[in-house]
Design a protein around this ligand. Sequence first.
Ligand code: APR
Length: 248
Amino acid sequence: MEDLIKESAQIIVNSKSTIALTGAGISVESGIPDFRSAGGLWSKFDPAEYATIHAFQQDPEKVWNMLVEMEDVVSGAEPNAAHIGMGDLEKMGLLKCIITQNVDNLHQDGGAENVIEYHGNSSSLSCLTCRKKFKSTDKKGDNPPKCDCGQILKPDVIFFGEAIPADSMNRSFHLASSAEALIVAGTSAVVSPANTIPDIAKQNGAKIIEINLERTQLTGRLTDVFLQGSAGETISALVEEVRLIKSA
Ligand code: APR
């Protein structure tokens, strides 16, 4: 693994444009379960019943039973070494942008500023009737949270069946098409269109560094360097090696 860390660090130092794609696995060490690992959120709540925009429109109170459980975990979570390490890479000018599928705001809390939130952010809520917005913290404990007009509020996250914000999609595809290196961390890469970013980057000659506890559909197909391990430990080791190369 040490050689692979050195190889990955050299790729990042040599790259003129490195971006990252992250998923729920990067926040597991902050206490937020991912979706598809054993014991993940989808093992408790069927996404077809709880995570589609149709399910929310049909029975928002039922969907809020899942959302409240997620909210309780996310609101108490702190950024872990993986978020902080990626924030450090950005500060060193070695990570241009983080495209995240997560809605927990932990990349920003961990010091990153250039973050594209592919699936929105759970820190705000919107009324689908009068378009009024609220901070999630202002409605903490309400199940379900309601607008002043009485309607049940929707979190500003993207449900299955909703479009990815056009700006997020366009900016991320543009960055992927000109990246020289892509760090893919903590994602099963099974959800489109986020999972097309590695393909776009690869088509344009980027080196793919994948960080995951286990192999994914990318590993044997697109990944150039597979760092098998926990995101926190691996990214910390990667950043330490980058610092060593930069100081040499
Ligand atoms: N370190 C590194 N990788 C980890 C860790 C860890 N500590 N813990 C879990 N993982 C890996 C798992 O092996 C898995 O490959 O993170 C990945 C998490 O995959 P998913 O649970 O599918 O999460 P994600 O890829 O982010 O899902 C994408 O699906 O349901 C939707 O909107 C939801 O944004 C989510 C999208």
